[in-house]
Design a binder for this molecule. Structure first.
Ligand SMILES: NC(=O)c1ccc[n+]([C@@H]2O[C@H](COP(=O)([O-])OP(=O)(O)OC[C@H]3O[C@@H](n4cnc5c(N)ncnc54)[C@H](O)[C@@H]3O)[C@@H](O)[C@H]2O)c1
Length: 436
C-alpha cells in the first residue's frame, strides 16, 4: 500500500518529534482522528508522564493524556530508531535564539539527523517549528538527500507552521486553519492529505517557503503592533491620557483597526524570538528589517519603563524602592497558563532587586521557579492572604490571571502598579492604583 492509500484509510503511522506545547496537542489531534501515533522526545520525564497517564501541560487537562491511552495506537518513546516505523514524521522541536540573537537551529538539525538515519522510501517528513524561510529546503533536505533518496519521488518533505495559542478557549489544534507548503508538488499534496485527516481547514500554499514566511509575518505583525501600543502608552501616560480608554474607543471602528494591548514586555516562545529569525536571514540578501528592530527596541524597554513607574509611584507615597517589599503578581508571560518562557516578570523582579527591593511573587499556576537559560531565581509563590497582601509596600500586576480576585487585591494593598489594566473594574478607593 502506498503512502496516500495509508493516509486515506487511516492506517498511516504518525510520529511527532518534540512533545511540548505544540507537539503534544498535535499528536492528540491525529490520535483523536483515529490514526496510530508515536510520540518522540528526548526528555525522559515527559515520556514517563505520558506512560503514567499524567499531563505535564496543565492547560490541556489530564483528559488529553487519558484519551491517548484508549482508542487508536499511541506510544511515547525516546528511542529514535523507531522513527523507521512511522509513515509520516512531524517535527515540533524548539527554535530559540542564540546569545547574539542568531537562530539556534541545533534542535532542528539534530532531529533531521535522527530522521535521516532511518529514512526509507514512502516516508513523509514535515517541519512545524517556527523558522526563517528556506530552512526546510536548506537545512533538512540535504541531510535526507545524502541518503541517496530523491525528494518528491522516494520520500516527501513539507513545512506547516504551528499556530497554537496555549490557553486559548475559542480555538484548538483541530480548528485553527493550517497552512501547508511542500518542497515540491507531490510532497505538498501528501502533507495536505495527512493534515486533512485531523484538522478542519487545511490551506495549501505555493511551497514550503511561503508557509515559513507566512508564520513569520503573523508573529512580526504582532510584535510590531504591540510595540506601537507600548509606545502610545508611554506617550499618552506622559500626557495624562488613559491608553486603555483610547484603545477601547478606537476599537469601535468596525474596519481598519485591530486592537493590541500594552504590557510589561514581550514573553513566550514566539513573539520575542521569531522576528529575529527573519532579521538574521535578511542579511544574506543584503537587507535590514527596520520594523522588527524598532519593535524589538521598544518592547525590550518595557520592563525598565514599568520599574520606573513603580519607582515614581512609591516616591509619591513617600517610599524609596531600596529597602521596600514588592509583590509581583503573575510569573507566567500570559494569563491562565504556567508557561514562563521569556516572561518579562523575571526581568521586573531582577530590576527591582537591583534597586534594593525585596521581591516576592505570586502565581496560581507557577508554584516555584525552575532553572532557565538566563534566570535561576529559586523563588516560591507566596500566599495571597489579606495580611500578606497588606504587608507589601507595592503590588505590581504583571500578568492578569483570571484566578485573581482584583477587588480583594485592591481592598487590601497599600499601593498597586498595574501594567495590564487588570483593576479597571474594581470599586471603592482608586487613588492607590497606578497604571504602568
Ligand atoms: N508554544 C507555542 O505557543 C508555539 C506556537 C507556535 C509555534 N511554536 C513553535 O513550535 C516549536 C516548538 O515549540 P514548543 O512551544 O512546543 O516548545 P517546547 O519546548 O514546549 O517543546 C519542545 C519539545 O521538544 C523536545 N525536544 C528537544 N530536542 C529534541 C530532540 N532533538 N528530539 C526530540 N525532542 C526534542 C523537548 O524536550 C520538548 O518537549 C518552536 O519552533 C516554536 O517556535 C510554538
Amino acid at each position: 500500500m502506498n503512502l496516500r492509500e495509508k493516509i486515506e484509510n487511516g492506517s498511516a503511522i504518525v510520529g511527532v518529534i518534540g512533545l511540548g506545547y505544540v507537539g503534544l496537542p498535535l499528536l492528540a489531534a491525529f490520535h483523536r482522528a483515529g490514526l496510530p501515533t508515536i510520540g518522540f522526545d528526548v526528555d525522559p520525564a515527559k515520556i514517563s508522564a505520558l506512560h503514567e497517564g499524567r499531563n505535564y501541560l496543565k492547560h490541556l487537562g489530564d483528559e488529553l493524556v487519558t484519551c491517548l491511552k484508549s482508542g487508536a495506537k499511541f506510544e511515547a518513546t525516546a528511542d529514535f530508531a523507531r522513527l523507521a516505523e512511522c509513515d509520516a514524521i512531524i517535527s515540533c522541536v524548539p527554535t530559540p535564539l542564540g546569545q547574539h540573537l542568531e537562530p539556534d537551529l541545533s534542535y532542528v538539525e539534530k532531529t533531521a539527523e535522527d530522521v535521516a538515519k532511518t529514512l526509507r522510501p514512502g516516508q513523509l517528513v514535515i517541519l512545524e517549528s517556527t523558522t526563517y524561510p528556506r530552512t526546510t529546503r536548506e537545512v533538512m533536505l540535504p541531510k535526507f538527500e545524502a541518503r541517496g533518496l530523491k525528494c518528491g519521488q522516494d520520500f516527501f518533505l513539507a513545512y506547516s507552521p504551528e499556530r497554537e495559542d496555549p490557553g486559548r478557549k475559542d480555538f484548538s489544534t483541530q480548528t485553527i486553519p493550517k497552512l501547508v507548503g511542500g518542497i515540491d508538488e507531490a510532497s505538498g499534496a501528501l502533507a495536505v492529505a495527512l493534515y486533512r485527516k485531523a484538522i478542519k481547514q487545511v490551506i495549501p500554499v505555493a511551497n514550503a517557503e511561503v508557509a515559513e514566511a507566512a508564520k513569520l509575518l503573523e508573529n512580526i505583525y504582532r510584535a510590531v503592533n504591540i510595540a506601537l501600543v507600548n509606545e502610545m502608552k508611554m506617550v499618552l501616560t506622559a500626557m495624562g491620557i488613559d491608553v486603555w480608554e483610547v484603545i477601547r474607543a478606537a476599537s469601535t471602528k468596525p474596519f481598519g483597526f485591530q486592537a493590541f494591548y500594552p504590557g510589561p514586555g514581550l514573553g513566550g516562545h514566539c513573539i520575542p524570538i521569531d522576528p529575529f529569525y527573519l532579521t538574521w536571514k535578511a542579511r544574506e540578501v543584503g537587507m535590514s528589517t527596520k520594523f522588527i528592530e524598532l519593535a524589538g527596541e521598544i518592547n525590550h524597554a518595557m520592563p525598565e519603563y514599568v520599574v520606573s513607574r513603580v519607582s515614581l509611584a512609591m516616591n509619591d507615597h513617600g517610599k524609596a524602592v531600596k529597602g521596600s517589599r514588592v509583590l509581583v503578581l503573575g510569573l507566567a508571560y500570559k494569563p491562565d497558563v504556567d508557561d514562563v518562557r521569556e516572561s518579562p516578570s523575571f526581568e521586573l523582579i531582577e530590576k527591582l532587586e537591583e534597586l534594593g527591593a525585596h521581591v516576592d511573587y505570586n502565581d496560581p499556576h507557577v508554584s516555584a521557579t525552575h532553572k532557565m537559560r538566563k534566570y535561576d531565581l529559586q523563588m516560591h509563590s507566596v500566599e495571597l492572604t489579606k495580611e500578606n497582601v497588606a504587608s507589601y509596600d507595592c503590588v505590581l500586576v504583571a500578568t492578569h490571571h483570571a484566578a485573581y480576585d482584583w477587588q480583594f487585591i485592591a481592598d487590601n494593598s497599600k499601593l498597586i502598579v498595574d501594567s495590564r489594566n487588570a483593576l479597571r473594574n474594581v470599586s471603592g478607593r482608586r487613588e492607590h492604583i497606578v497604571q504602568a
